[in-house]
Design a protein around this ligand. Structure first.
Ligand SMILES: Nc1ncnc2c1ncn2[C@@H]1O[C@H](COP(=O)(O)OP(=O)(O)OP(=O)(O)O)[C@@H](O)[C@H]1O
Length: 232
């Protein structure tokens, strides 16, 4: 089985403090991996290091064999990201956000049009396409951000807390959509505190503790998070 994402010996320090140490894991093509751990374990920092938002100190990160260090411009076209909190631009309308993502990922005009119609109907925000983000509720902004990441057919989807702020219908639709993407060969890395919601969807898990991998394997073998001991 080929790997879509390969993280090898990732280390990351911020102001001389070690945040991530010797992290190695893979996400095979067409599989979903859950990145789990207590608050502060290093999940979001791992995501940021993969995307190149936070500079790593050590190690190598590859998507589809392309190293982040060798060809960052090409590397960036291979993933899209759904952040935990929406990061929309106040000067762009909802529609302009979709257009921006479509052109950044070279989605054809026809395909973009179809996807915008499909996703805005599914997420029930069709009437918000010409609004600016500040006039939307937080959940609506999260829907817009989610649609932006779903528009391109990239090999790797990175998702920080997928259901945060979404109502049950939107969360259910997203779950089905992720299952479809996986079926079509997309690999997905999800960080979540609500593992019970995604257990059926995920294939593997990586458990982080204090910036290191404590355990990893098939999701069926995951025993849940234990309460953190005071001296850990
Ligand atoms: N910019 C930063 N400067 C200094 N320390 C940071 C910075 N970003 C994160 N950290 C530290 O790195 C560690 C890991 O943080 P991270 O946000 O990756 O955890 P997490 O597993 O995503 O947590 P949560 O479940 O709460 O979102 C924490 O100790 C945090 O304080």
């Amino acid at each position: 089985m080929t790997n879509c994402l390969e993280v090898n010996n990732l280390g990351l320090s911020i102001r001389n403090e070690v945040i991530l140490n010797n992290i190695s894991f893979q996400v095979p093509s067409g599989k979903i991996t859950a990145l789990v751990g207590h608050n502060g374990a290093g999940k979001s920092t791992t995501m940021k290091a993969i995307m190149g938002w936070q500079e790593k100190s050590e190690g190598e990160i590859k998507i589809k064999g392309i190293s982040q260090d060798d060809d960052f411009l090409q590397f960036k076209t291979l993933f899209s990201y759904i952040p935990e909190e929406p990061l929309l631009m106040s000067e762009l309308t909802v529609e302009q956000h979709f257009q921006l993502y479509g052109s950044s990922y070279l989605v054809s005009e026809q395909e973009l049009k179809e996807k915008i119609t499909y996703y805005t109907e599914a997420f029930d925000i069709r009437d918000k396409r010409n609004e600016f983000p500040e006039l939307l509720s937080k959940g609506m902004r999260q829907k817009v951000q989610t649609i932006c990441a779903l528009i391109p057919d990239v090999p790797l989807l990175l998702i920080d807390e997928p259901f945060m702020g979404l109502d049950i219908y939107a969360a259910q639709f997203l779950m089905e959509e992720l299952a479809k993407k996986k079926e079509n060969g997309t690999s997905i890395l999800i960080t979540t505190h609500q593992l019970e919601k995604v257990t059926d969807l995920c294939d593997e898990f990586v458990l982080l503790s204090n910036g290191q991998i404590a355990e990893s394997g098939q999701i069926t073998g995951f025993n849940g998070l234990k309460r953190r001991k005071i001296d850990e």
